[in-house]
Design a protein around this ligand. Structure first.
Ligand code: HPA
Ligand code: ZN
Length: 346
């Protein structure tokens, strides 16, 4: 562990903005800003059920995960062509690079698009091309993680996996997203086993709204390497010990938890409890266009609400690289870059 020099509270936002970091939990369809949504609708000859950007943005008030998913799903209807996926991902990667994200593992879900008549390979190609270009433009490294929609059946998830097999080499891993409660991880045991046999990396949303039991089964049945959200783990001491001991990372998304009312206020967020328990927690933006901020806003607002300091900043950034699926050599380079940043920040 690096012992970090104290930083005055008024300088923390600058430290957080400039600090190198990885983002590991971001749904690319949730980065579609209202301006781009209107532009894509126009380009594709579609009409949105909102008068303008302001009217659309003002609809972004949610009671829970499901109320968000309904609006999120409606927004994806403007995505029709490979170029649409490219433009959406490029816009996110420009923002991420500006936030000093050196590495991003990006979620996408083809089942949403195939249900609108857009083939899975159209999405994969557009996203991949944006990732290749962003590497050249900004030096950012990326990976694509295909999320299965858990409100649909396992048979549909298996079909979804089959559809992307021709592009297997463009994928880093698979995940599990959408409505959690009532759709436990074990429902997807076979499709995760198949993905594992294909050499794909495994993650799953668990313990966002669902109980600790869903985190246990994500680990023990699906054999995931990382848990997305996982904040409900604090209800189960044995699970907390397991996560810490096995260094299973949690990709926490504070502004998402606030907007979807997982916590009533940001001050009530349990990130500090996860960190105090020695869990490899990270900060991420989830669906930044809908939840009021990209990764740096998540850092800045969470640090202000919870009174976190420069030592926590180093820990969270260090965790983000540790928790990533980057190869060992570049992972070491990122860790060194992070250490050099903290040693020279004045
Ligand atoms: N949870 C589950 N599914 C999602 C989310 C989320 O926060 N964002 C996009 N799909
Ligand atoms: Zn998510």
């Amino acid at each position: 562990m690096l012992k970090v020099k104290p930083v005055a509270p008024e300088r923390l936002p600058e430290l957080l903005r400039r600090m190198p970091k990885a983002e590991l939990h971001m749904h690319i369809e949730g980065s579609l800003e209202p301006e781009l949504m209107f532009a894509l609708a126009r380009r594709n000859g579609l009409t949105l059920p909102y008068a303008d950007v302001e009217a659309l943005r003002s609809a972004y008030v949610f009671d829970d995960l499901q109320s968000f998913l309904d609006i999120y799903h409606a927004g994806t209807r403007v995505l029709r062509t490979e170029q649409d996926f490219y433009d959406m991902a490029h816009a996110y990667l420009v923002r991420a690079a500006a936030d000093k994200v050196l590495h991003a593992e990006i979620f996408f879900d083809t089942q949403t698009h195939t249900s609108h008549g857009v083939a899975a390979d159209v999405a994969v190609r557009g996203l991949h091309r944006a990732c290749v270009d962003a590497r050249a433009e900004f030096g950012i490294s990326t990976g694509l993680i295909l999320c299965f929609l858990r409100h649909l059946s396992e048979r549909e998830a298996l079909e979804c996996l089959e559809q992307v097999l021709p592009q297997r080499e463009l994928l880093l891993g698979v995940g599990l997203a959408s409505s959690e409660v009532g759709h436990p991880p074990e429902k997807f045991a076979r499709v995760f086993a198949r993905a594992r046999a294909l050499g794909l990396r495994l993650v799953a949303h668990a313990g966002e709204e669902g109980p600790p039991a869903y985190i246990w089964s994500a680990l023990d049945v699906l054999k995931v390497e990382r848990i997305d959200h996982g904040v409900q783990a604090v209800q189960d001491a044995a699970l907390m010990a397991r996560l810490a001991h096995d260094r299973i990372p949690l990709t926490v998304c504070p502004l998402s938890n606030l907007k979807l009312r997982v916590f009533p206020t940001l001050n009530a967020h349990n990130l500090w409890r996860l960190m105090d328990a020695g869990i490899v927690a990270t900060i991420n933006s989830d669906d930044p266009a809908y939840f009021g901020g990209y990764i740096n806003q998540n850092f800045i607002q969470t640090f202000a609400a919870l009174g976190l300091n420069a030592q926590h900043a180093w820990q969270l950034a260090s965790n983000s690289f540790e928790a990533s699926f980057i190869d060992p050599a570049p992972k070491r380079q990122y860790a060194e870059q992070l250490q050099a940043f903290f040693e020279t920040f004045v």
